[in-house]
Design a protein. Structure first.
Lengths: 392, 372, 392, 372
């Protein structure tokens, strides 16, 4: 057992650090630092830089245009990216549909879709959730009926992130009604400019527009856009589970960004004649969060080492999701707490200057409520751990 | 000892419930917000008609001369219906400081003259005694110089109550005087903001602003603190209305929403969460009563009850609001349901006149003082 | 709405205060103050004093020898008793079987049993729980078979408090096997010296002997000791529910005793050059507990006022039990925390002097773990609230 | 970066597992406790035979010269089986302070000479630098005067390591010297106590006790702190073994125990509690590894890792132990199952060398120091 990185890994870290120093510009850095999520266009611009560096897909194997990095290299990259306030890469294409396409897709699909994901030209969104389904994803109702060499899709998706900017959507649709609801589901790749698709914005509690409803009205999708076999779509998501472990492990690192910004704010706020950061109650709350983050970091490192060794981490992926989401909520709560009465100010009237990180902290606090809901609510994660890992 | 309402109070409660039901139409609420309306003027006018804006105003000044219980009943209804009006500041805090003969009281009761309290300074966090804004005699009057970092519902105020230092050092308890400043005063800059709760708040910058003394020179802190404690209880009652609305709407959702072939409410883990939300509401209501009924108690007993309630209700409210969002799942995070707006209003109420952490310390200090 | 007591109530408070000042002696006071539970003999001695004062049954109606106090008077008594560190009265006779006997018992049973409960001569224990039943009380298996003018009892009870000192036990027994397990259960009053009863001590985690297993081997109980009707025993406990509200409300007051002793210890302990009590982290934890106790006090007062007004308090009784038990655990945890390394010392070797409240704090912390289990585990209490009050 | 065990370490782990299984016979454990046995002498002798008492002792001194990982593996087994032996004090803390040539090491390895650390004083709470016990030169040697308020497993110790002040004020970091005192020393009073964990601890009163210097005069604090950190990690490993034993036995209980016509494990609220216990164990194990692997890191990194682990593992252990009792219900509170004894041992481990609150502050200070 040891925590040391090899000399090659340390050299790699220097290379990453140099790249980030040269490529993360001031405005981008500030946006990431204050917890704002960059717009799709900005993320795409970042992806183009990563592409130019040859790093467009840090988690993909070389044969599909990825870097072929080891989990440790990926971890080093993410550690440095968090430290440098680099934006995250476009997740839906790179981590969700890309790997499904290169694992289960046809050669034609690989050739058509993968390069545009790598280059950042394509922006994918995910058509999985439906109104009325919630965490019970498999009860989806959107239908696709075969008509000659097309599928005709009718139905509705919801909570579709950045559908307003997407070029493509990957959709789970029901092609047959079976007694077991996980059967008869197929996976379709659909161009967003296909006639019959309508996108309706949903404004979330942080007052941002990042999710949508997507309506399908007689949308004709070429049959060649079916991934794998008809009716087997539910199973293809499994390829993501194994990959996800390493990714969620790395994602935990980004928490440190919030802690830094909380400390910066609390150092600037005055309380009882000193800095809020020195106030014992506040300090204890912060230390408690940091010590739990240390545990999460340890869990991440162990998960990563497992991935590196090809060993099963059991339920640790779900555990990381649960603990990460709980912690990010508490950190952003503390950030908003540090603001004091500034947390009560969201948007200045015209002509008034906005104050510091004020709207971002409140928006971040509000936005993070969703982290214990999305990707399988934490209650569902606990059900899964109880059933699969504990045998209850 | 008695926690029951008098027949008059019951009538008031019923009337408030009808008001809340009428004004609880959420699509209409959203349209008004989207239109940029700074507060709910129609509800405000109706409250004036019903006499509610004068509940805490003496009868001699045209009010109803009622006490904290009646104030609480009205504020609960505001919380339940997310009604965006400057009630606690203008109708509870201000009347506690104005003399019975003050002509402003007429405007308060009629809803035509809003008064807001500018008690926060950037360097003072939640300490009411931290007053760096200075008042200097000029001719027969006073001029103020300084800044106030947060005025709840201040964007639409016609008058501001502004504590300023007349003697002593920045954080001294003595030497603070309260002043009245009209929103139109020369040298006063009102920086208006919309809050996450869609209330419209303000910051003030005062540059040689002429002002009128309110109460005793150098003796402003004690009456201010007493008035703020009354406003806090009104806000806690509002929070209570919000919390119970969240509890009820979440319970109804659990009973109807189906997932994995069963209603959400059939899952034991969610049942227990719902029970904990109900317990949090019971705790909050109990503390609210203790605080409301001790507003006229000796100062340390009042402080202990009010700060204890502010600290713990804040925690209970955060728990209830977070769980209401969680149990609603995705739709709980959308702007389109009242759930997230209750969360946002409760978040703002927590920072009004001191957050949970601040009031926990004030509660502990009062507890010590009473034991000593 | 008001929090004031009437002049008559205030006069009553003075009367109670004078009585307690005259009757709670130093050793008893010290025992209660340090959280030790007095032995049955000491509690019985206290009951004799209360009896001499005419206060032997503060919650009973006058006609059965009680004080006929209003709920408020009872509350005042308990407030003062907590303040004076008076012991609690013998609970099982006064609060559990006594009220069942005077509600459902025969005249002969009332005449035989009630006076000895009032005087403190009789010590009752409760034969409800059985191994294997836990919170699912109704699945009890102890059988009673009618044989002439006797019942013959066979079976086993567990967690029987102070069976080692008891003169009587009231037992739920199965007289008939019915499809609904709550039916066919009867309530028997049994003398502890009846042949065939064997008591086995259970030492609990606080190293004390207060609970037992009680074995019944062909125990012959006169049929006249059946309370009410055969097979209806399960229902008789309901009379306690209404009463319990007021009692649990008053019980919450006793928490203040622990807070006082924690403060005394923390004022004496030195930390970083000052008293532990002044240390910010410790102070915050204590204040947090005290503010939650204030909420509990408010809940208790409201419950009491409801009882006084004859109004239903809904689920507040269960809520009080949940919150009281959670808080008493946290207070005793904090007490043990205040001890520092003294918490690691339970019992001195012979010839070594014991240190202060050291063993009591640790024993209290350990003992209080049971409060979230007994009387219907908190999980079961939450089930009950969900079903009965929330309709889930 | 690698969290896997070497083949030798795997062998050791297997051997420890067999040892724990053998010594985990709980009725036998209770009989030994009831007989008043101060520590498990048979297990101790077997550990000596297996060479485990010398794991942290250099090979030159007859030990195995292994590192923190091997120490951790042994301590985990002790925790799992509730083995009452003075391992961390005598075999981890003491060897870290003794010179390779010290003859005491032979007795430690053989299990015939137990060494205990007397680092606590009544007025110092958990501050290692608080040393009021004074050492004064007398002739060619030193005599000690003072008292130590807690010596873990001190009741059966043959030697005590006693920090005493040679210069400076009571809480100064400089001026502390470590001394060795035999249990039989003139003027030494050993006050023996049984703990709630059935370990036998001690307090010391020193009246003009002759003592031998250990290490450098006036420079005792830094090596003491490093040695204590090693002992802490051993105790955390022991706690880990205890926690996983509780997790496993509770899970097994949930699967078999029936109530209301179903196994306890079929109730969702209890399933989720069990999941949280499992997560707490994962957190604790992760922190344990980070701490163990940084025992030889620079001092601030070591402190941050060790104190972070001590703080959070203490919290996780309390949660796991409390929930284990709760989910077992009545029987969980009885003396007759191992469950409550694990709770008691974990409670004691939390106060060994500083409780969670103390180490959270030490963690925060180290975090600040590293950022500065």
């Amino acid at each position: 057992m040891n925590l040391a990185f090899s000399a090659a890994e340390e050299a790699f870290r220097q290379e990453v650090r140099a790249f980030l120093a040269a490529n993360v510009d001031g405005p981008m850095r500030e946006m990431v630092r204050t917890g704002m999520r960059p717009e799709p266009a900005e993320i795409q611009a970042w992806q183009r830089r990563m592409h130019a560096q040859g790093w467009s897909a840090p988690t993909w194997p070389r044969e599909h245009g990825g870097t072929g990095w080891s989990p440790t290299q990926y971890f080093i990259y993410e550690t440095e990216a968090a430290r440098a306030y680099a934006p995250v890469q476009p997740h839906q294409g790179l981590e969700l549909i890309g790997p499904i396409i290169f694992t289960y897709g046809s050669e034609a699909q690989k050739a058509k879709y993968l390069p545009r994901i790598l280059s950042g030209e394509a922006w994918w969104c995910q058509g999985y959730s439906e109104p009325g389904a919630g965490s019970d994803l498999a009860s989806l109702k959107t239908r696709a009926v075969r008509d000659g060499d097309h599928y005709v899709v009718n139905g509705q998706k919801i909570w579709t992130s950045y559908a307003q900017a997407a070029t493509n959507i990957f959709c789970l649709v029901r092609t047959e009604v079976k007694p077991r609801k996980q059967e008869g589901i197929s996976l379709l790749l659909i161009d967003m400019d296909t006639p019959g698709i309508r996108v309706r914005p949903i404004i979330t509690l942080d007052e941002r527009h990042h999710v949508n409803e997507v309506f399908f009205d007689e949308v004709r999708v070429p049959a060649e856009n079916l991934v794998g076999e008809e009716g087997k779509g539910w199973g293809y998501g499994k390829v993501l589970l194994d990959r996800e472990r390493g990714i969620s492990a790395a994602g935990a690192l980004r928490l440190a960004q919030f802690v830094r910004v909380v400390k910066e704010r609390a150092a600037a706020v005055r309380a009882a004649g000193g800095a809020l950061l020195a106030e014992p109650d506040f300090r204890t709350k912060l230390a408690q969060i940091e010590v739990e983050m240390l545990a999460l970091e340890g869990m991440s490192l162990r998960t990563l080492a497992d991935a590196e060794a090809g060993v099963d981490s059991g339920p640790r992926g779900s555990m990381l999701k649960i603990r990460w989401s709980e912690l990010v909520q508490r950190i952003t709560e503390l950030w908003a707490e540090a603001l004091g009465t500034d947390a009560a100010l969201m948007e200045p009237y015209a002509g008034v200057e906005a104050a510091d990180d004020m709207p971002h902290a409140t928006a971040a606090y509000l936005h993070m409520r969703v982290t214990t809901i999305y990707g399988g609510a934490n209650e569902v994660q606990r059900n899964i751990i109880a059933r699969r890992a504990l045998g209850l | 000892m008695d926690f029951s309402l008098s027949p008059e109070q019951q009538m008031l409660r019923d009337s408030v419930e009808r008001f809340a039901a009428e004004h609880g139409d959420f699509p209409a609420w959203r349209r008004r917000v989207a239109a940029g309306e700074a507060f709910d003027a129609a509800a405000w006018a109706q409250m004036a008609q019903l006499g509610w804006l004068g509940i805490a105003v003496p009868e001699a000044a045209g009010g109803m001369g009622f006490g904290p219980v009646e104030t609480m009943l009205v504020a609960e209804g505001l919380g339940r219906s997310l009604c965006r009006v400057p009630y606690a500041g203008s109708c509870v805090l201000a009347p506690a400081l104005l003399a019975e003969s003050d002509p402003l009281l007429g405007g308060i009761v009629a809803g035509t003259g809003q008064v807001a309290a500018a008690v926060s300074e950037a360097e003072g966090r939640y300490d009411l005694a931290h007053v760096a804004t200075r008042a200097v005699r000029l001719g027969g009057g006073w001029v103020l110089e300084g800044a106030k970092s947060f005025v709840p519902d201040g964007a639409t105020a016609d008058w501001f109550i502004v504590p300023a230092r007349t003697t002593g050092g920045v954080a001294d308890a003595a030497g603070i005087t309260l002043f009245l400043v009209p929103a139109t005063a020369q040298g006063l800059e009102v920086q208006r903001h919309r809050g996450p709760d869609h209330h419209h708040h303000a910051r003030l910058v005062l540059r040689q602003v002429e002002a009128t003394v309110l109460g005793e020179v150098d003796g402003g802190l004690a009456p201010l603190e007493a008035a703020v404690d009354r406003a806090i209880v009104a806000h806690l009652a509002e929070a209570m209305g919000s919390m119970e609305a969240l509890r009820d709407t979440t319970l109804a959702y659990l009973k109807t929403r189906e997932q994995f072939g069963a209603t959400l409410g059939s899952f034991q883990a969610l049942q227990h969460r719902m029970v904990d939300m109900a317990i949090a509401c019971e705790e909050a209501r109990s503390l609210l009563y203790l605080a409301a009924l001790q507003l006229d108690a000796p100062v340390m007993a009042r402080r202990r009850a009010v700060s204890g309630a502010k600290a713990r209700v804040g925690q209970c409210a955060a728990f209830v609001a977070h769980q209401a969002v969680q149990l609603h799942g995705g739709v709980g995070t959308s702007d389109e349901l009242a759930v997230s707006h209750h969360l946002r209003r409760l978040r703002v109420i927590d920072v009004l006149y001191g957050d949970s952490a601040h009031h926990l310390r004030r509660f502990a200090a009062a507890t010590d003082a009473m034991a000593a």
